[in-house]
Design a protein around this ligand. Structure first.
Ligand SMILES: O=C(CO)[C@H](O)[C@H](O)COP(=O)(O)O
Length: 227
């Protein structure tokens, strides 16, 4: 089955979790695009009153264009539920995010949210995370020094670049270094170490954050419950 069909299936199911009057976090990425489309349909059909907090300019533009009301994270006092994509998730519900370079805003929204749901295709459910390169957002000032330190630590870093060779910049105008690790066997240790590095703004390890994962697969939608 086509990967996009699996993403769409998970995305469409995830909007069943949305209830009237919720403050809702909206993630970022191609799976989230399907979710926002499905959400807009429900909002219209059922006249739902939602307040949505978006994790990227892209998602905010899509939501606004479809008539979904959007507020900034600073304008809300809590978030009831956040629906987001992910790049990898393991059996212990530890994940990697940031393939769309939005992990800083995504983590801020996720940690403000009472519940977090991820929507993925089944290829993203793995035994051990790390095959997907781990994104690390760094400030541009001195980013080469941070990169050099990652090299020294054997973390196989690579600056993320656009097709024309420019460094990718996040919505906060920071750079992204992807770590090619293949397997992350001690995610909490790595997360702590990365957070301690000067110049690192945020990394893409999302640990102990997700409550449910909605998985699109050729057999249909599967729901994995963490807590
Ligand atoms: O973390 C993310 C963006 O920073 C995305 O949620 C993640 O990359 C999944 O993207 P997609 O749905 O396009 O596969």
């Amino acid at each position: 089955m086509d990967k996009n069909a699996m993403k769409k299936m998970a995305a469409e199911r995830s909007v069943d979790y949305v209830e009237d009057n919720m403050i809702l976090g909206l993630g970022t990425g191609s799976t989230v695009v399907y979710m926002v489309e499905a959400l807009a349909k429900r909002v219209k059909a059922e006249n739902l009153h939602l307040t949505c907090v978006c994790t990227s300019i892209r998602t905010a533009e899509q939501a606004t264009s479809l008539g979904i009301p959007v507020k900034a994270l600073n304008e809300v006092d809590h978030i009831d539920l956040t629906i987001d994509g992910a790049d990898e998730v393991d059996d212990n519900f530890q994940g990697i995010k940031g393939g769309g370079a939005a992990h800083l805003f995504e983590k801020l929204v996720a940690t403000t949210s009472t519940r977090n749901i991820w929507i993925v295709d089944e290829e993203k459910v793995v035994d051990t995370i790390g095959r997907f390169p781990l994104p690390v957002e760094v400030i541009p000032f001195g980013s080469q020094q941070v990169f050099n330190k990652f090299v020294k630590e054997g973390l196989n870093p690579e600056f993320r670049t656009t097709e024309d060779g420019q460094r990718v910049l996040t919505d906060s105008k920071n750079e992204v270094i992807d770590l090619h690790l293949e397997k992350i066997t001690h995610p909490h240790l790595l997360a702590t170490w990365l957070s301690e590095q000067v110049g690192v703004v945020e990394h893409g390890l999302f640990l102990d954050l997700v409550n449910e994962v909605v998985v699109g697969s050729p057999e249909g939608v599967k729901i994995l419950k963490a807590r």
